[in-house]
Design a protein. Sequence first.
Length: 415
Amino acid sequence: MTTTDTPAQWTAARVDELRLATRAFIREEVIPRELAPGAYIDEELRALLQAKAREAGVFAPQVARAFGGLGLPIEHWSTVFQEAGYSPLGPLALNCMAPDEGNMHMLAEIATPQQQEAYLRPLAAGDTRSCFGMSEPHPGAGSDPSALRTTAVRDGDGWRISGEKRFSSGAIGAGFAIVMAMTVEAGSSAATMFLVPMDAPGVRVGDALHTMDRAIIGGHPHVHFDDVRVPGDAVLGAVGQGFRYAQVRLGPARLTHCMRWLGLARRAHDIALDRAAARELFGSRIDALGIAQGLLADSVIDIETSDAIIARTAALLATDSRAGTALSSVAKVHCSEAIVRIVDRSMQLVGGDGVSEHLPLASFFAEVRPFRIYDGANETQRWAIARRAAKARAREREAGEPARDELRRWEGGDA
Ligand SMILES: Cc1cc2nc3c(=O)[nH]c(=O)nc-3n(C[C@H](O)[C@H](O)[C@H](O)COP(=O)(O)OP(=O)(O)OC[C@H]3O[C@@H](n4cnc5c(N)ncnc54)[C@H](O)[C@@H]3O)c2cc1C
């Protein structure tokens, strides 16, 4: 594994210095370059913003120093990612935007040294972009990954991949894809991840899927793999371990979405606070009217609880990745819903401007709403959370935890 620094190498003062540098960079260089509502980001803007981020010393904070990053350990990502997320363009500028950030993490954890040189190094430097191909058209993989239909079959010392992906964020203009495919070995099938250059013969970017969000470069198109031949060393990690690696990627990846989007929710809340302080209605400032205060207070509560669950999950991911990945489901559900509520309340508090193009709030809403669907739809997460809770309690009972009086009564025992 290619590690970042240890937490001890990052004193509180040093983290705060990076936070403040990111904050200043976002306000001075990024927010003034934000796009008009509905516009898409292009490669020219990406290159400019990333060059500015390098100059400002805030580029690739989460990447190991060996690959040109700042080496920030995961426990401190939220502080910096929230500052970056204050603008929808900030994470792209810092090269900590999805899907590249999640792919960098997985390459650092799983790829061979040769694969890291070929794929992680240029990705971390911003010299290329990537996409992640898991979701497929019906009846293929979506919420249920076991429906995976893309296949990879052995061909001499390599593989041939066939299938169709959709919602492959960033695919237009990406240099490579990490593709999940079913492989059959010794009669049993399992999922395997492959590193596939986007210019390999048989790779074709298909129709764009126009979703409501815009802060993604390269869209969310379909990608076709028409009998694509890749060499044996295109396998990422081990054959048959794809679903396990997906969890390696998804635990931190869904948490970093919480971090970035919480930064954007803070911006929406600041806009609402500023307006509520500036406008008088019925002889009083909006922020002195009780019902409006209730909206503002609820947003503060959503911000603080989201911040707390992110910090707890990041700390756990650093020490116990299995438990951290489990908690990241809880964080994802809580934050994705809290963030939508914060942006929605902020739109409400500024009145008609909230849903107009005079303010960016409606476009912020369009950025954060899809997060309740991707990285595991919230219903899938709740299902998984409940199953884990039931299993954990069953283990406690099996380990001799005494049945509670209420349960004994219900079972017909002595009261
Ligand atoms: C903006 C965006 C970006 C994306 N980027 C990527 C990407 O880069 N790579 C990639 O591979 N995929 C990506 N996706 C796809 C995303 O991961 C899927 O949309 C998601 O997994 C849901 O799959 P689906 O759309 O096929 O919905 P379905 O699987 O058809 O699910 C539909 C609905 O069923 C309900 N449901 C699901 N599970 C349960 C359950 N256990 N109990 C009850 N109800 C349930 C939920 O309400 C869910 O929304 C992206 C999606 C979006 C919107």
